[in-house]
Design a protein around this ligand. Structure first.
Ligand code: AMP
Ligand code: ZN
Ligand code: ZN
Length: 419
């Protein structure tokens, strides 16, 4: 009897969780491609979250290997610091480093707003005022080119007042077959309503990597399944006969961390004096009173073992995360960066065996993936590692979308991969 009751409660709970997710497509019905944009090619930008730069070879992802051989294969793609999901997805679509676009982490504190942003809070995720820069879909829509998103960080928020013509609220309950069919349906729309830029996002490889670690059989299986889904998507899209280009990326890699000896909250931190945010490999301290910064910094420097301590002003230049880079004033006054494979761990739950967030210039396992193929690209080219902020100018170039504002990305990638 008790078991039946528990089962019923579980089913009801699941049902409620499902009901809270809006799985209906959100459409901006007043959007059309201008006649000039209707002549442009198509780009599907796909992100496989947490797909480490070496996974396709490590786990023999045959379909992806065959596609990269037809087009472009990068040695790896360098994520911005910190190598977390929200900052990096948003860097890829804005060409800006996290401190210049404002999403400096998945969770962070904004001292001016006196508010926390968290990726788990829909009201924040869908509030455009948190997001700087001009995402690719905004750039497209501003130039009368229709864009669609089957998930991407930022795509659910009106940024500069603009949403993609078609998008969905983020949810992990939608079956992949339905998501692929939606992409095909978009590409079968009449030319004036058909999106030329589509973003697509797959979370499963990151989930497996966190839960089981990058070397686990479950992570292999997640990569194999993703490879199959990529094949299904590509074959279904090929039936439309449209000149579609694929840009396959990830946001960061994954490292097996030390879960036995994690780093506790350093004794030098008085939580009455500092707002502490983050954990894992980056801890940010926001002083409630600026006078507390110097003495605490000194104490931490003395105490620090297996982590580095910086003030916002003295953050290493190559991280683009210092006071000078910090456009929205969201970077902490003091930052603690753990040495790989060490992690800070403040909660009572056990730490995940797989994690990411480290400085990718120091930890190769943080590197992301970049493959691209389709009519716009050179064929059978291998290129060196480059920064993910360079993807923005590349996609804007393929779609013929000019812009005059300054970004952090460069045009080097364009010269290497486009004929
Ligand atoms: P992490 O690996 O901790 O950096 O975070 C990855 C998580 O971000 C994934 O597990 C997804 O559940 C979540 N995620 C990705 N895109 C979105 C989105 N648009 N809205 C909310 N959560 C998202
Ligand atoms: Zn991620
Ligand atoms: Zn992750």
């Amino acid at each position: 009897m008790k078991q039946i009751f528990v089962l019923l409660v579980c089913l009801l709970w699941q049902g409620l969780a499902f009901a809270q997710v809006d799985t209906v497509q959100r459409v901006q019905s007043d959007r059309y491609n201008s006649p000039a944009q209707q002549e442009k090619p198509y780009v599907i930008l796909i992100s496989a979250d947490g797909f480490r730069y070496d996974y396709a070879d490590k786990y023999d992802a045959q379909f992806l290997k065959s596609k990269r051989a037809e087009g472009i294969e990068a040695e790896s793609m360098l994520p911005a610091f910190p190598s977390k999901t929200f900052p990096n997805h948003y860097s890829i679509v804005t060409g800006l480093y996290p401190a210049s676009h404002g999403l400096i982490n998945n969770y962070f504190y904004d001292p001016q707003r006196k508010e926390h942003y968290t990726m788990r809070d829909r009201s924040k995720v869908e509030d455009g005022s948190w997001y700087g820069g001009t995402p690719l879909w905004v750039l497209a829509e501003q130039q009368q080119m229709v864009a669609a998103s089957f998930f991407w960080v930022g795509s659910e928020a009106p940024i500069q007042g603009i949403l993609p013509t078609y998008h969905y609220q983020y949810s992990e309950v939608m079956p992949i077959e339905r998501r692929i069919q939606t992409v095909v349906d978009w590409l079968n729309l009449p030319a004036e309503k058909r999106p030329h830029l589509i973003t697509f996002y797959l979370p499963e490889v990151d989930h497996a990597g966190h839960r089981y670690g990058p070397d686990a059989p479950q992570t292999r299986q997640a990569v194999e399944e993703l490879d199959k889904h990529m094949q299904l998507l590509t074959e279904a899209v090929a039936n439309t006969g449209l000149p579609v280009n694929y840009v396959f990326v990830s946001d960061h890699g994954m490292l097996q961390v030390d879960t036995e000896n994690t780093l506790p909250m350093p004794a030098a931190i008085d939580t009455a004096k500092f707002m502490v945010s983050g954990g894992g490999m980056v801890v940010e301290l926001h002083a409630k009173d600026k006078k507390a910064i110097k003495p605490t910094y000194r104490k931490l420097k003395k105490e620090a073992k297996e982590y580095q301590v910086y003030t916002r002003k003295k953050m290493p230049k190559h991280l683009h995360y210092s006071a000078k880079d910090d456009k929205y004033g969201r970077v902490g006054d003091i930052l603690l960066l753990s040495d790989a494979p060490k992690v800070f761990h403040f909660s009572s739950r056990p730490p995940s065996p797989g994690q990411h967030g480290y400085d990718a210039t120091k930890v190769k396992e943080m590197h992301a993936v970049f493959y691209a193929w389709g009519p716009a690209f050179k064929k059978g080219i291998k290129i060196e590692t480059f920064e993910n902020v360079d993807v923005y100018p590349l996609i804007a170039e393929i779609l013929g979308l000019p812009y005059t504002f300054k970004i952090d990305g460069s045009r080097h990638l364009i010269e290497k991969v486009l004929p």
